[in-house]
Design a binder for this molecule. Sequence first.
Ligand code: XIL
Length: 448
Amino acid sequence: MRPSLSGLLTGLATVAALLLAAPAAHAADPPLRDLATAKNKVIGTAVTGSKLTGTYGEIAGREFNWLTPGNAMKWGSVEPTRGNFNWTEADQIVDFAEAHDQDVRGHTLVWHSQNPSWLDNGTWTPAQLSQLMNDHIALEVGRYKGRLAAWDVVNEPFNEDGTYRQTLWYNGLGADYIAQALTAARAADPAAKLYINDYNVEGVNAKSTALYNLVRDLKARGVPIDGVGLQAHLILGQVPSTLQQNIQRFADLGVDVAITELDIRMQLPSTAAKLAQQRTEYDAVVKACVAVARCTGVTVWGFTDSDSWIPDTFPGQGAATPYDENYAPKPAYYGIATALGGTVTEPPVPTGCSAVYSVPNQWNTGFTGQVTISCAAGSSLSSWRVAWTFGAGQQVGQAWNANCVQTGTAVSCSNASWNGSVPSGGSVSFGFNGTWSGSNPVPTVTLG
Ligand code: XIL
């Protein structure tokens, strides 16, 4: 699983060199989904359908046992113009999930955001609105009947102070739109678990108390409600201390609780200290769910920083997910794994500067050598010298971006006038032509 490196590889010597030189950032063994299953929990991720191939698809399939379409099932995605439907991405995600033995959380049916403009901009009587909502639910839930484990039926119904959000639905139908939506969803797929989902309801506060009172009242009326979704779009350093207590109070109402959209954002740039704190906080959130029997599990809102909504929505913030942009597991990944009972062998945090030798190209009696000098965050160089000993009679010829001399089998290359400086977190490469015969083993290089 080294896609970014594989493109560089030609020739067996190079493969050998890189395998030695690049210890993979290794994910937990077993994967998160196995750890979660052993705890009777689920672990999910939001996904983008078009990305479910290659490394993204491998990780999504291997590590998670629930998927939520990040956008694909929203009203604006599935019915962009009235009566014209596009199910391509939603179908793709459901098919992928079934092929990987995963459950799907449908997201979302009744919301104030990401609706088609024909719906937002229309003028509707209450009767028309009710019909539109019920028909939409019947159609979408019906389409996937028996295939989805849960639906976020109503999304984000509350304001921060616990009053109802003034939306198309609330303004037209009153607060009872929620009960109507749940009832329509139950009729369309009796097997799917029906949720109300919101943000800033993770801790005990005015908003979560409004949600609590709503769920209590719905249950008392016999309206079908199976669970509450706590989105958990959290800010580093601000995980609510009452998270577990809050999960427990919903559970005590007789509904399931799911953490549905977990991410923990930070001010960029990320630093080792912030990422370590983020690990602790991911661990704490997942542990809070593990501690409550009716907490079904945790879904992260995108598993990689390259597929996170945070940088677009909160400029200057990011690094919110458990994998970095290059699909390497971050400390947060190990936080999730340990909260799920895993013991993980973590990759050593790189420190200092090091040199890696590779052979990008090799033919009859010639080859091209390449050496890359890299410095981890916090280390830098203002000049460098790399040395090695050839073990099979190889001979260095012309070099570029370095000055190389060979005496017997010993080679020493120092920086050119323009590339002595290797910044913190940066790298510099040089190359050379060489000759070989018989074999061309990769030497051990030292950086002086
Ligand atoms: C976000 C998506 O991730 C973005 O791609 C999109 O541009 C906006 O919506 N709460 C929700 C999710 O319930 O549907 C939102 O998803 C994030 C906040």
